[in-house]
Ligand binder design. Sequence first.
Ligand code: ADP
Ligand code: MG
Length: 255
Amino acid sequence: MKPLLELDHISYSYHSLIGETKALENISFSVENGEFIAIVGPSGCGKSTLLSIISGLILPEEGVVRINGTENNATHTNIGYMLQKDQLFEWRTIYSNVTLGLEIQHKMTSPYKENVDKMLETYGLSNFVHARPSELSGGMRQRAALIRTLALEPDLLLLDEPFSALDYQTRLEVCDDIATIIKREKKTAILVTHDLSEAISVGNRVIILSRRPATIQKIVPISFSIPDCTPMKSRNTPEFAEYFNTIWKELSYHG
Ligand code: ADP
Ligand code: MG
């Protein structure tokens, strides 16, 4: 079977009047269906650029992005994007926020709506469907933003530092929450973060990028031996500390 996503020797530079900024250099990796990939790298190294290339928002200068074996064409691929800000609209209720994508894409049909209702119920938001975003906690807002993204039943989810606007304690909880939902819904996801602990706690593999221009420095497979491991539980395992030290050294030697 072909991997869901394949990056084949991707390079990219931004061009402006003052010159060229090389952001990505020779990036190759594949993602299998159902994997949760975490990408870490120093600030400004090219992480967001990489997600833009995967989504088809920008085209690579060199190399090819393939989805299910075919060259990526933004119009045919169903990719969900979640950003740092939840981008919920205050003038809409939670229900009309989570169904916004369905509305825009003319998909307000029963199977999609039933899926949304089920997720609102499962993830504790069904009593808030008539509320406005400002009435919800930060964690609930991120959950609503995720349900809005999942409503379109994306093949691939891209998460660009979605927790970095939250304070530390909330961030741990929301990260656990969101990662657990994504795994339970059996989605394939790529999370970009500059937080090493976050990457290790959620990822099946952690891809370490170098400083700009980003190259792949190392790919570390992650697994924890405790049963029913959640991101939160993983943080207290002995393996976690080992992964942290290995990747930390990798980042500081080469970063
Ligand atoms: P990260 O997400 O890892 O912080 P980015 O992918 O946003 O990094 O940016 C990588 C580099 O490319 C940075 O040096 C940034 O300043 C530069 N860059 C990003 N977007 C643009 C743009 N639209 N035009 C020119 N340079 C850009
Ligand atoms: Mg970024």
